[in-house]
Design a protein around this ligand. Structure first.
Ligand SMILES: [Zn+2]
Ligand SMILES: [Zn+2]
Length: 205
């Protein structure tokens, strides 16, 4: 068994040889993301629909607090099939860049960072609605998995499972090789993913 306990001098030497950098600004930083980038490069999704997490217009959130759920028009007129979506940050600026790094550059430390960013919202959800059952990562098509070598959602699932003491169940399969979503509109993404997954019918949660 290898003893990874290093003396402080060795740690300093390692840091000199392999200095850690902020994933966004690349400045030397002890964490994955520096304080400046954490504060200025991430856009918290503070005022959003409580069901689908789509950002709401300022007029809606400036109204007096109400005991009723804060829902967008779409969720009022045609509620989605899921109960709740958690999206604590808007997909722009830093979050977009970090997502691309996890997805395309195999920077797995970012899975830990994303799990950390999701920790408080998930704990709030558990407080309101009770414990979670399991984590089901979204699979890649086998051809994409061969090409990329890893599934980024599996990495995130591992970090979340550890953080919230949950088990991972790989109950989904990707049955359609879809084109990359990067440049597609919301509607095109929905069409692209139509009938792309199947669920193991023998699985009982
Ligand atoms: Zn930074
Ligand atoms: Zn909504």
């Amino acid at each position: 068994m290898i003893n990874f306990k290093l003396k402080p001098a060795a740690i300093i030497a390692l840091r000199y040889l392999f200095p850690t950098q902020c994933a966004l600004c690349k400045q030397y930083c002890e964490k994955t993301l520096c304080h400046n980038c954490f504060t200025n490069q991430l856009s918290p999704n503070t005022y959003c629909c409580e069901r689908c997490a789509n950002p709401l217009a300022p007029l809606l959130h400036s109204a007096k607090p109400s005991s009723r759920a804060r829902l967008c028009g779409q969720c009022i007129s045609k509620p989605p099939p899921y109960i709740n979506c958690i999206a604590p940050y808007i997909y722009e600026n830093g979050i977009r860049e970090l997502t691309h790094q996890l997805k395309f550059s195999a920077n797995f430390t970012l899975a830990q960072l994303f799990a950390h960013l999701l920790q408080t919202p998930i704990n709030d959800y558990i407080k309101q609605r009770g414990p979670l059952d399991t984590i089901v990562p979204i699979p890649l098509h086998p051809s994409r998995l061969r090409e990329r070598g890893y599934n980024q959602t599996q990495q995130l699932a591992k970090a979340l499972a550890k953080q919230h003491e949950l088990t991972i169940i790989n109950s989904l399969s990707r049955v359609k090789a879809t084109t990359t979503q990067v440049k597609l509109s919301k509607k095109q993404r929905q069409q692209n993913l139509h009938k792309a997954f199947s669920c193991n019918p023998t699985l009982h949660l």
